[in-house]
Structure formats: C-alpha cells, structure tokens
Design a protein around this ligand. Sequence first.
Ligand SMILES: [Zn+2]
Length: 245
Amino acid sequence: MAAVVAPADSVELRRAMIAVCRRMNDLGINQGTSGNLSVRVDGGFLVTPSGMAYGDLAPDDIVHVGPDTGFTGHRRPSSEWRFHLDILAARPDAGAVLHTHSAHATALSCLRRGIPAFHYMVAAAGGRDIRCGGYATFGTQALSDRAVAALHGRRACLLANHGLIALGATAEKALDLAVEVETLAQQYLLALGAGEPVLLDDAEMDRVLELFKTYGSQDPAAGRRWLKRPRQPQVSLPAAKKIKT
Ligand SMILES: [Zn+2]
C-alpha cells in the first residue's frame, strides 16, 4: 500500500525536518549553513531556507516548493532547491534528499574520486560503488543534472569539489545514509593514506547487495547509527509516495 504523504502545511513534518537538520550538526557532518534537506509532500516538497542557522529555524521558515516551482513561505529556499526538485522528480523511490559538506566526503570529492568497493558497506548506497558527480557551480541546472546522473541506480553520491547527497524514504533514513557515506569516505581516505586498498570484486558486491535485500532492510546503515547518534527520541517522517510504473 502506498504510504501517505504529508500535506505541505504539516507543522509536525516541518518540526521533524528541523530536528534532522540539528542532528546533522550534532553528528558533526555539517558545517554552518551549507547543508540542506528536502522532503516530498503532497503537491511538491518542503526544503530548508537559504542561509539560516538550524538552531534558529521555526516550522514556518521551511519553504514549500510547488509543482510549478513556485515558492510558498516567507523565506527564500536553499540555493540548492533546483537539485532537490530534479532528484525528487527523477526518483519516486526517494521521499527525502539530504545534502551536506561533511569533511571526509568533501575531501574525497576534491580529489574527484568516488568511493569504490573497498568495503562491503558501500552497498548501503544501493550499488557497487558511490560515484562522484562532475563539478558545476552551486545552485545551477548543470550541477543538478550532474547530481541526478551520479545518483542513477544509487541512493548517494559525491559532488566534485563540493560535498555529498543522500536519499532516503524519510529524512531520518537519508541522514543515516549520509553518516554512512561520510564514514566510508573517512575510512577510504585512511586506507589510501596507508597504501592502495584492495577492492572487492563485482561478484562479491553483487552478493552483498543481494544479502541486504534478503535481510529485508532498506536501512543497512542502521547498525552504525547507534554508535554515532546521541540518544534522542526518534521522529518518524512519512515515507515516499509510491508511483506505479
Ligand atoms: Zn552544497
């Protein structure tokens, strides 16, 4: 059964988005106001505003972007609203898009390197590797196009000289995956500093991808979540609307 998507004026959902943004800061994977978050709602999506500290956000600071790209609210949307729009349009499996300039993923993106199958948890992003999308100026259609391409068949990617994007059925799951990608980037950089990591072959990664499915988990990063997350009440967000194809 298709999940119910929240209405755009849901205060509960807006509060939950702010909670996820603040947790991003608490976890140390976001610097200043560079990160942003969107969640699919009935008739478009909600996105964090441009240039506001998460600690100052109130529910009515969250901006609604409608299907005609019209903005509703008294704030301007994140400067990256364009890739949130295009990713949510291209990926009906995603209910939320989270973007951050976490230190290790960003460092790797500056080398223009994605994350190969140096560790089986790379499969948490849905494929045999995590790609690094090409560089384009922030906020542009070119960057959005490159992000959508890098995410093809994946739930996360790096953006060259910029940061990372993680998708999830909910904002919570997108955050979990972003933490996982940042952890993998850190481990990969550590391994590169000590030598040339041995990569798992395609057959092994396919086995792992199959195992993740067999376990029935859409959230293979959950195990690490408890190691990193401060003990706080969890807030559930609505899942993505399922679109029949
Ligand atoms: Zn950015």
